[in-house]
Design a protein around this ligand. Structure first.
Ligand SMILES: NC(=O)c1ccc[n+]([C@@H]2O[C@H](COP(=O)([O-])OP(=O)(O)OC[C@H]3O[C@@H](n4cnc5c(N)ncnc54)[C@H](O)[C@@H]3O)[C@@H](O)[C@H]2O)c1
Length: 275
């Protein structure tokens, strides 16, 4: 692998963290680019210092688990960014891990040599490859120190010519990602509550749901009870942690997200193992 020259076209893509999201990025982008990855837990991992010099663009897909206080734990993201700054990479860095609003701005303040954008992922874990191949939109959130825009726009247009590219600030894109998961969680708790009322009245929720979702303003998702995993409420790796992180982040910012917090509380009561 030779060092990266300044680029106008992204042909060499590095993926850091090859779990659900990183595997999906590899699978999607290998149609249009040479893709290699770094993940010490997965066979075939390239050293980070090699990827940092070789790649035109680096997608960071490492975990951001729920910390003990509910806040998102961004330490792995921060450690990867510090390492990329130390390695003096000139690649465009696309952060795909879900992070609280302000994270990209904080990273660029701490590591001003990095060229960073937030590129949230919306896939569902159980359909991660299929979802990543059929996105509804691609969101790019430009940090205060962004990479060159045209090569990134070109990369996504090559792979997804018919998918809208939405360009926001990094803070707006970070908020939009957690808002998306919070909205789904609120819908699930709403449906579960209404289903309990239906049951109490001796009625079936399913025909009520079917009639409701014929109205496109309501949207035909997240209203089935039980859900696709056969259980009531929501679980999985993302919704409970991202909603808890959002509620805590809002509280730190002086805003009480009563609706999201209530939906999360109702879910924990209904499904204690999701907490
Ligand atoms: N799973 C989902 O459905 C989903 C959807 C959208 C967004 N996200 C977000 O994407 C991020 C990644 O989620 P995931 O589900 O792919 O996680 P995952 O646990 O499936 O995979 C993370 C991978 O990162 C690797 N890793 C950890 N530290 C590393 C390091 N320092 N360098 C290189 N690799 C490292 C791990 O070995 C693991 O293979 C999280 O922020 C998550 O919230 C997940």
């Amino acid at each position: 692998m030779s060092p990266t020259p300044p680029t106008t076209r992204i042909d060499r893509v590095g993926v850091i963290g090859r779990g659900y999201v990183g595997s999906a990025v590899v699978s999607v982008l290998e149609d249009v680019a040479d893709v290699r990855f770094h993940d010490p837990a997965v066979d075939g991992s390239a050293p980070l210092e090699v990827l940092a010099r070789w790649a035109d663009a680096l997608f960071v897909c490492v975990p951001t688990p729920r910390g003990p206080d509910g806040r998102a734990d961004t330490r792995t993201v921060m450690a990867v960014m510090a390492e990329l700054a130390r390695l003096e990479t000139t690649a465009a860095i696309l952060l795909k891990s879900t992070v609280p609003p302000g994270t990209c701005a904080a990273i660029t303040a701490r590591h001003p040599t990095l060229h960073l954008a937030f590129n949230p992922e919306f896939l569902r874990e159980r359909h991660h490859l299929a979802d990543a191949r059929a996105p509804h939109r691609i969101v790019l959130g430009w940090s205060p120190r962004p990479p060159e825009a045209p090569p990134l726009r070109d990369l996504f247009a090559r792979r997804f010519p018919d998918v809208p590219l939405v360009e926001l600030s990094s803070g707006e894109a970070e908020l939009m990602k957690v808002a998306s998961n919070a909205f789904f969680g609120v819908k699930v708790s709403f449906a579960n509550e209404l289903r309990e009322l239906a049951t109490q009245l001796g009625l079936d929720w399913e025909p009520v749901r079917q009639a409701l979702v014929l109205d496109p303003r309501i949207g035909d998702a997240h209203l089935r009870v039980p859900g696709p995993d056969g259980a009531v409420g929501f679980g999985g790796a993302c919704l409970p942690k991202d909603m808890a992180g959002l509620v805590q982040f809002a509280e730190d910012s002086g805003v009480d997200l009563e609706v999201v917090a209530a939906a999360l509380r109702a879910n924990t009561r209904r499904r204690p193992d999701s907490d």
